[in-house]
Structure formats: structure tokens, C-alpha cells
Design a binder for this molecule. Structure first.
Ligand SMILES: NCc1[nH]cc(CCC(=O)O)c1CC(=O)O
Length: 341
């Protein structure tokens, strides 16, 4: 006689229907199935607003473009778990929804992919001539790159990973900036030309909050699902991402704000500590506020406090002024432009 812990039951998993989202969901189910062989997992995929609208510049689409419609299905009990790219999850969730788990992180760095038109001519961004066209729809990427590569021209490039790679190769771009995690999960790692993180020469870009990690969202109080998810939880990543999300929440940022972060676990005086770096850069790349803190953090509450403290410190050093200028553009009903043209 099967006990209640091993009686078979079905779990419905919600996801976007992009190839990357489906691959990410597959990875999560593999991990859950190994830990819970008696559970049947069903994938329920859907296109969200961000998937349907492939032309409007991202900053104009506001928050929740990748998540809101999925969360409605969670709350209506059509699905039990949503698998998100954590970077696409707003830092404040709808009532009744909770971030139940953060998975092991794929490489969180931003990378450069050169157009195949150039057939290997360029190795790093610094090789590109002045006026070269770089595709990105990310305010965060464009702002930080303008700061370090003022001679480059930035142009919107929308779409899922395959679409963006194809546009990069055929639509007049010289390069595009994309997350390593998406390329690696989709077996496009061979397209990576340069890593842009703070410790790589020619880099200096801080990545998006939660980039590279997966966030699993469930209904508040759904203890059965919260327990089930423990099999995929990576606690050090979850703590680090909670600190990152707290930075964004404190500055009231959303998907399209020029806030970059970088977290790492370090050993100091024999103690494991979290190092949190952050940056806020104006759209033209001419103003920036950078900061970091390293402290012992052992739970999610401490992580959120660490992120809030650092964000508040930098807000007073000019970060809030930069964000207020950006919000003023939005409040005036003007679409935030990433493109130079
Ligand atoms: N909506 C964009 C998005 N959301 C998640 C990823 C990559 C995977 C990840 O960061 O986990 C991407 C592509 C990109 O940023 O280039």
C-alpha cells in the first residue's frame, strides 16, 4: 500500500513557450522527477505579452511582461508551479504568489556575440571600429557599455535567443549582447566571443538581478509544492539572488532599469561571506554610481537587509538622482529609448 508520501499525483508546471523556457522547465522536471519518482509532471506552456509583442522596445512594455499571465494561471489553480528565468520576475509578486525556490545558477555573465558576417574578424568589443552597431534592448547593458565603449552605436534587437542570433547575423548588426546562461542552455556556447563581467579585461558589466538562475513560483501557503521544490533549491544561489532582488526592490527598479549587480561567495578570516557589487548608470553612460559590500549572510532575511542597505547607501550617493531622471522620462509618457538612432 503506497503511503501518502509516495501515492502518485500530478503536478502542472507553467512556463513560457520559448525554446529557452521549455528547456529550463525540462531541466527543473529532470531534477524534481529524480527526487520524486511517484509524481507525474505536466508542462503547460503559453505565450506571454513579452512573447507576443516582438516589436515594442522592452522599456515600453513595463513590468510583468513575462510573468503576469502565468501568475493568473497559478492563482486560478490551472498550474501548480511556474518556472521563470529569475531575472524576468518583478521583485514584488502578486498577492498569493511566492518565490518558492531558486535553482543552481548557470553562468550569470553577459557575453558578446559577433555577427557571422565578420567571420571571426573580431575577438573582443574593443576590436570594433567607431560607429559599429551593437544590438541590445536592455537599458542595463546599453548604459554600462556606453560608459566603457562610447564609440559604439546601440540598436534595439528583440526576440528569443534564436531570433536575436539570426538578426545579429543578417540585419546589419556587428554584435549583440546576450546572457551566457541562455546560450549555454540552448547549446549556443560556441557563439560566445567575450565575457563582460567585472573581472574580465574589457568587461566591467554587472549582470541583471537574478540572471542565470531559475525562479520557481508557487501559491502562498502551498506547503506540498514548497516541500517538493526543495529538491531543486540551491541555497547559496537563493541567498545571493535575494540580496540582488532586494537592491532592485529598494531602488524600485523594474525590468528596464540600468541597475547591474554581481554576487560571489568569498572566504574572509575563515568565514564564508557574500560579496555584493552593484552599479547604477545613466542612459548615456556619463554618470554612474558603483558600490560593494561583503558580509556574513546566512539566511534570506539577512540577504534582503544587505541588499537594502547597499542600495540605500548608493541612492544617497547619486543613484536615486539617475533613476529619478529615467522615471521622469517615463512619467512624461516618453518611451525610454535604448537605441541611438
Ligand atoms: N527575457 C530575456 C531573458 N531572460 C532570461 C534570459 C537568459 C537566461 C537567464 O538569464 O537565466 C534572457 C536572455 C538575455 O537576457 O539575453
Amino acid at each position: 500500500m503506497a503511503s501518502s508520501e509516495t501515492a502518485p499525483y500530478t503536478v502542472k508546471i507553467g512556463t513560457r513557450r520559448s525554446a529557452l523556457a521549455l528547456r529550463q522547465t525540462e531541466l527543473v522536471i529532470e531534477a524534481l522527477q529524480a527526487a520524486h519518482p511517484h509524481v507525474k509532471f505536466e508542462v503547460h506552456a503559453m505565450a506571454t505579452m513579452g512573447d507576443r509583442d516582438q516589436t515594442t522596445p522592452l522599456p515600453a512594455l513595463g513590468k510583468g511582461l513575462w510573468t503576469t499571465e502565468l501568475e493568473a494561471r497559478l492563482l486560478s489553480r490551472e498550474v501548480d508551479i511556474i518556472v521563470h528565468s529569475l531575472k524576468d520576475m518583478p521583485t514584488t509578486l502578486p498577492a498569493g504568489c511566492v518565490l518558492g525556490c531558486v535553482t543552481r545558477r548557470e553562468d550569470p555573465r553577459d557575453v558578446v556575440v559577433f555577427s557571422q558576417r565578420h567571420a571571426g574578424r573580431y575577438k573582443v568589443l574593443a576590436d570594433l571600429p567607431a560607429g559599429a552597431v551593437v544590438g541590445t534592448s536592455s537599458v542595463r547593458r546599453a548604459s554600462q557599455l556606453r560608459r566603457r565603449y562610447p564609440g559604439l552605436v546601440f540598436r534595439d534587437i528583440r526576440g528569443n535567443i534564436e531570433t536575436r542570433l539570426s538578426k545579429c547575423d543578417t540585419d546589419g548588426f556587428d554584435a549583440t549582447i546576450i546572457a551566457a546562461a541562455g546560450l549555454l542552455r540552448m547549446d549556443y556556447g560556441h557563439r560566445i566571443a567575450q565575457y563582460l563581467d567585472s573581472s574580465t579585461e574589457g568587461g566591467g558589466l554587472l549582470h541583471a538581478v537574478g540572471q542565470g538562475a531559475l525562479g520557481l513560483e508557487v501559491r502562498e501557503g502551498d506547503e506540498r509544492m514548497l516541500q517538493l521544490l526543495k529538491a531543486t533549491e540551491d541555497t547559496p544561489t537563493m541567498i545571493a539572488c535575494f540580496a540582488e532582488r532586494s537592491v532592485m526592490r529598494t531602488l524600485e527598479g523594474g525590468c528596464s532599469v540600468p541597475i547591474g549587480v554581481e554576487t560571489s561567495w568569498v572566504e574572509e578570516d575563515g568565514t564564508k561571506k557574500l560579496r555584493l557589487r552593484m552599479t547604477v548608470v545613466s542612459l548615456d553612460g556619463k554618470e554612474a554610481v558603483d558600490g560593494e559590500n561583503t558580509e556574513k549572510v546566512t539566511d534570506l532575511a539577512q540577504a534582503e537587509h544587505m541588499g537594502k542597505e547597499l542600495a540605500q547607501k548608493l541612492a544617497g550617493l547619486g543613484a536615486q538622482k539617475i533613476l529619478d531622471q529615467i522615471n521622469a522620462v517615463r512619467d512624461a509618457g516618453t518611451t525610454l529609448k535604448v537605441s541611438d538612432s
